[in-house]
Ligand binder design. Structure first.
Ligand SMILES: *Cc1c(COP(=O)(O)O)cnc(C)c1O
Length: 420
């Protein structure tokens, strides 16, 4: 459920007609609905109402815009970050350092140091050596770094291979069969306060079964750890809940997710941590674009839009589907291919798709673009970095400027010896 609805034949974000935003900001532009973010943040929390001790850390990489983070911080969410840059955003949005979880398979020594100095609440360790380095850095500061060990449960998440993270051949986590011994060794280190286990098996999961299987495995590991006398007070269950990109798709019901978590974890006696990303932000944004040309093709016309793979990479990266709708539909339909201006065949959003009829100059929107949209944008083909707008009721504001190619060019230089 989101707040992008037609009123009087015009697609609105909450109470703002999208053409008003196009006129003020231009296209392409991401448009986010604050009330959809709030709705999802509350629905996720409500689904887990039966879990007493929990910490919700929004996975920033889904949509790290600082205004988006502020909306979610106001909903009581902490943050899951995967780089020092994301940590800086979370802090800038006013999320307390103690509510920040630092995940990621390649945290550098510099990033670990910065996070220690910031006093972040939890480090999710990906390998034993990282734990040793973190312990030493913390010890040198007279600290004990709060940490959990990320385990790879070897579960197939049943999602796209490029966003599966919980198979043993994936780069993430430590093999579950090594977890007990490694936990014991890391728990001994002076600079570490080892508190538990983390998992995250993948993203865009439309079925709860793989999550349940992974949680069951973690439950067995938890029992084993305690049998060996280890202290465990936190289990981080990661993120991964999917959203419906197609009207025909059913995403997991958050109440059903909560009921499953409750059932599997009822005897765990720990604080549970959650890192939802896509399920919070996915449906809270669209990428608005203008049709540049409708170009005849051999089979179907190409609708060439002014948004491209550099603005919304998911179709090129994961063959992802994004619904495409006219902002002012005229009632007619057409079958078309939808593509951007970038010089790659991969810059194609859809082939042979039945869509609202559009003409050159019309506004259209890719739906469900609030997560892994702007956060993955680049300036490929020397295009502008796409701007972002936040709508809240009848108000809207540009929350990220369009970064023009001239600004990027200004950061480049020609060496003296090549100057003319
Ligand atoms: C990406 C990521 C998440 C969020 O995943 P979603 O599918 O967006 O919910 C959570 N935890 C970790 C460690 C991640 O890498």
């Amino acid at each position: 459920m989101d707040h992008f609805l037609y009123q009087g034949g015009v697609l609105h974000c909450e109470d703002v007609p999208l053409p008003t935003i196009a006129e003020a900001v231009g296209t392409p532009v991401y448009v986010y609905s604050a009330n959809t973010l709030r709705r999802h943040a509350r629905a996720f929390r409500d689904g887990l109402a039966g879990i007493e001790r929990k910490h919700l850390a929004y996975a920033i990489k889904a949509n790290p815009n600082v205004a988006v983070l502020r909306v979610l911080a106001d909903e009581g969410y902490g943050a899951d970050v995967v780089s020092a840059g994301e940590m800086a955003r979370a802090l800038a949005a006013g999320i307390p350092a103690a509510d920040i979880v630092f995940s990621g398979v390649g945290k550098t020594r510099k990033e670990l140091s910065r996070a220690l100095d910031a006093g972040i609440g939890q480090f999710n360790l990906e390998l034993e050596e990282e734990g040793e380095v973190l312990a030493a850095l913390a010890h040198a500061r007279g600290l004990r770094a709060p940490a959990v060990l990320r385990v790879n449960p070897d579960v197939d998440a049943g999602t796209h291979a490029k966003i599966s993270t919980g198979r043993k051949e994936n780069k993430f986590g430590i093999p579950i069969d090594q977890a007990i011994e490694m936990y014991g060794r890391l728990a001994e280190l002076d600079g570490l306060s080892l508190r538990g286990i983390a998992i995250h098996i993948g993203s865009q999961l439309l079925d709860l079964a793989p999550l349940e299987a992974a949680y069951e495995r973690i439950g067995l590991l938890l029992a084993d750890l305690r049998r060996f006398g280890h202290f465990v007070s936190r289990i981080d269950l990661g993120g991964g809940i999917g959203v419906p990109y197609r009207r025909s798709e059913a995403a997991p019901d958050l109440a059903a997710y909560g009921a499953m978590v409750e059932r599997v974890t009822k005897d765990w006696d720990v604080e549970l941590m959650f890192e939802p990303g896509r399920v919070i932000a996915g449906n809270a944004g669209v990428l608005m674009t203008e049709v540049v040309w409708v170009k005849p093709g051999p089979l179907n016309p190409y609708v060439i839009v002014d948004a491209a793979m550099n603005d919304l990479a998911r179709p090129a990266l994961y063959d992802a589907y994004h619904d495409f709708v006219a902002v002012r539909p005229n009632g007619a339909r057409m079958t078309a291919n939808i593509a951007g201006p970038v010089c790659e065949t991969g810059d194609t959003f859809a082939m042979n798709r039945e869509i609202d009829q559009v003409h050159s100059g019309d506004l259209a929107a890719f739906r469900t673009a609030g997560a892994y949209g702007a956060s993955m944008a680049s300036t490929y083909n020397s295009r502008a970095l796409v701007p972002e707008v936040l709508v809240d009721g009848d108000r809207f504001v540009v929350v990220a400027d369009r970064i023009e190619p001239e600004t990027i060019l200004a950061a480049e230089r020609v060496p003296d010896w090549l100057k003319r």
